[in-house]
Design a protein around this ligand. Structure first.
Ligand code: NDP
Ligand code: 5RP
Length: 463
């Protein structure tokens, strides 16, 4: 039996960084990777962390290097790879050895694995990309508290800190941690898409060069929009292509990849009956971005859509503030919905607190969001006093930007979905009475009368 406190399988981008982080925080760690050369390279590059790291070249040696009861992190691609790795490990493990899936698993898979894999199991969402994993990610745990307790010291030690408070916590049982990570990524999609839409207005509307656009984002990163995504957008906009010296953005193809977490968020929101239209719009925009040939064919017939127009940068900043609040508001409503759907009492203020540092959607606004969600339990963030005031001061700008964009042919699907959500959620008297009338007309589905009677029918119902 070995004495490594924890093991990690999968020394890719995230796994290598996380293993180094764990070793740096003083925990002995054994590592294994499917491709042995990767393990060798990792060990060779470990430098002063080498004494804390036990590289292994077979699963048997890996398992033997761990202190019992074992704790093993999987950092491999979500899906089949996780099931395959669990199946390969199981014959080598004792019954109380703990498996911790730190990848971006679909939370339904985590629920299933926790129930069926036959080992103690935690599903843990980790956010922050390579840099976060190496120096302090945000960590969203899921599983039994007694299992979390076994590794909590490690999770807290390696996590990002906000004013000394660790950005790591147990979100709830089973797949709760991966659910919260999924919604995090959904918000990430919407936030990124809105930023890209504003970039498009500056590029094609105002005719600005990438570097100047980078300056605008950098300036906004000093104000209410201060966030990791605004910060890196400034850096990406200012970067140059090493080969040609051209602005990097001018040589990056306008088709965005995706691994699925945004799509899962959109699908799951429909099952939960808590629509997240800005997130859905962002997923749709990514899908359409990959249809380059079709977009070019459309341009050949109809002409290029976006036309130049005069843009007030202050208006754009306020529009993005409103959009950002609405992205988070939708995400938090969705997390709250698990209370009824899954019986998970996920602590919303705690979610906001552990997102304040380390993760991709970290933002100066999250401090106020944590306070607002704590002071107004169960309330949509957009109706809490602080954010209602922020929206009152910014939704007009969002409306003007969406209107001007539309009049000048600029597609802004996430911004306009955010605006439509805002307007819908402040319209006391909507138009679904027409839908109910139509449904009753063609299918006798019945409607609720304003007098409170249900199962009512129009004059078309016979007898
Ligand atoms: N990259 C990011 O920013 C983030 C990623 N994640 C999640 O973390 C997980 C890992 O991502 P990332 O590090 O980026 O991925 P990488 O592609 O960089 O690394 C994947 C790792 O998994 C191993 N692997 C792949 N398939 C199998 C398999 N069938 N069995 C065993 N091992 C396998 C690879 O080994 P080999 O060397 O042999 O190929 C490699 O070590 C994913 O779930 C991802 O969604 C989470 C947060 C952020
Ligand atoms: O989890 C992450 C960030 O939080 C990963 O980087 C993830 O891959 C991002 O999603 P996608 O690949 O779909 O853009």
């Amino acid at each position: 039996m070995g004495d490594a406190r924890i093991g990690l399988i999968g020394l890719g981008t995230m796994g290598a960084a996380l293993a180094s982080n764990i070793a740096e925080k003083g925990f002995d760690i054994a590592v294994f990777n499917r491709t042995t050369q990767v393990t060798r390279d990792f060990a060779a590059g470990a430098g002063e962390l080498a004494p804390k790291i036990t590289p292994t070249e077979t699963l048997e040696a890996f398992v033997a290097a761990l202190a019992t009861p074992r704790a093993i992190i999987l950092m491999v691609p979500a899906g089949d790879a996780v099931d395959q790795q669990i199946a390969a490990l199981k014959p080598l493990l004792d019954p109380d050895d703990l498996i911790i899936d730190c990848g971006n698993a679909l939370f339904h898979d985590t629920d299933r694995r926790a129930a069926e894999c036959g080992q103690p199991f935690l599903g843990v969402g980790v956010s922050g990309g390579e840099e976060g994993a190496r120096h302090g990610p945000s960590i969203m745990g899921g599983g039994g508290p007694e299992l979390w307790d076994r590794v909590e010291d490690i999770m807290l030690a390696i996590s990002a800190k906000h004013e000394g408070e660790p950005c790591a916590a147990l979100m709830g049982p089973g797949g709760a941690g991966h659910f919260v990570k999924m919604v995090h990524n959904g918000i990430e999609y919407a936030d990124m898409q809105m930023i890209a839409e504003i970039y498009g207005l500056l590029r094609d509307g105002a005719g600005m060069e990438a570097e100047a656009i980078g300056d605008v984002f950098a300036a906004w990163d000093e104000g209410p929009l201060k966030s990791y995504l605004i910060e890196i957008t400034a850096k990406v906009s200012r970067a140059r292509d090493a080969e040609s010296g051209a602005p990097l953005l001018s040589v990056i193809v306008d088709a965005a990849g995706q691994k699925g977490t945004g799509r899962w968020t959109a699908i799951e929101s429909q099952h939960l009956l808590t629509p997240v239209p800005a997130i859905e719009a962002a997923v749709v925009a990514r899908n359409l971005s990959s249809r380059r040939e079709e977009r070019a064919a459309g341009e050949a017939i109809f002409g290029a859509a976006p036309q130049p127009f005069e843009i007030d940068q202050g208006l754009l900043e306020r529009a993005l503030i409103a959009g950002k609040v609405l992205c988070y508001a939708q995400g938090f409503v969705m997390i709250a919905a698990t209370r009824e759907a899954k019986g998970w009492e996920i602590d919303l203020p705690q979610v906001a607190r552990i997102w304040r540092e380390g993760c991709i959607i970290r933002s100066a606004m999250l401090d106020d969001m944590a306070a607002a969600l704590a002071d107004h339990p169960g309330e949509n963030l957009m109706r809490t006093p602080h954010f209602a005031a922020l929206l009152k001061g910014s939704h007009g700008a969002l409306r003007q930007v969406v209107a001007q964009a539309s009049l000048n042919g600029h597609p802004v699907p996430a911004l306009s979905s955010g605006l439509a959500y805002f307007d819908t959620m402040r319209t006391g008297r909507g138009t679904a009475n027409v839908i109910q009338g139509q449904r009753d007309f063609f299918g006798l589905h019945g409607f609720e009368h304003v007098n409170g009677k249900t199962g009512q029918h129009g004059p078309w119902a016979k007898g």
